[in-house]
Write a protein that binds this ligand. Sequence first.
Ligand code: SF4
Length: 309
Amino acid sequence: MAVTYHGTQSGELVINWHVTEACNYRCRYCYSKWHAEGSRKELIHSPKASAAMLAEIYRHFSPDNRLNQARLGMQWDSVRLSLAGGEPLLYSREIVGIVAQARELGFKVSLITNGSRLTQPLMTELAPQLSILGLSFDSAIASTNREIGRADRHEQILSLSDLAIVIESGRHLNPALRMKINTVVNALNFTEDMSQLIQQLAPDKWKVLRMLPTITSDLAIADHEFAEFVTRHKRLGVIMAAEDNNDMVESYIMIDPHGRFFQNSSRGTGYHYSDEILKVGAETAFREIGWQPDKFRFRYRTSVSETIA
Ligand code: SF4
């Protein structure tokens, strides 16, 4: 889940909830794989459990909880829930309900999607409720998207024209909605020049993430390859926010589909998990995971803290 942190005295704390592991795409680098014992169900399928966890998260991270702000050594004046996946819109009715509950509690809400299930009626329902809509999009070239795995079982991909329509529609429905594109730079797209596409779509933010080999090293790239991609797009200026692997480790607040905090590891050893938030409470669960206060605060001072879809 990220932020735009406005100034030093106020800002937005972002909590990323990956609501499901399920996705209709099959990206080879996909990070959406959370280990869970037995047949533990994803929280999104239990409205009661989802609502209880949201309430607990808001209670703990609410800007009114000054003790928590002091402990983290940061200040924020609003909390944003960023819903991600998997593909969250596979469960669009549940998402609409979660967005409404979260807003009622006091969260701002954002959503990261691969865009494939974002129908116009759903957009009409969701756009006025969201502060940011993020779309994951890795390449302007259809064959590259297919090779990465960004296609459904009918080999359908999100085309450039689909993406342009979604962005235009979001802006029309909610002029305050900030549009964001997330691109994972990997072995199949690092030589591409996406400048023209990004200039044409003019998102408020283009987040460029180096493929993080936490779950798999398939499509991983070398330091210089990521650097080349970033340098090639430098002329886009501040619209581009680049994150290398080290920036992504222990610097996000993330919750998995089973209601546990988790953190990235950069060593290909998967994720580290807390106990379930509903069992031990948000404060105890958050203390159980590794996080680096300096990186965390730096993310606040700069921008972006949504994870990818
Ligand atoms: S769209 Fe996102 S969740 Fe789906 S397979 Fe690709 S990376 Fe994974």
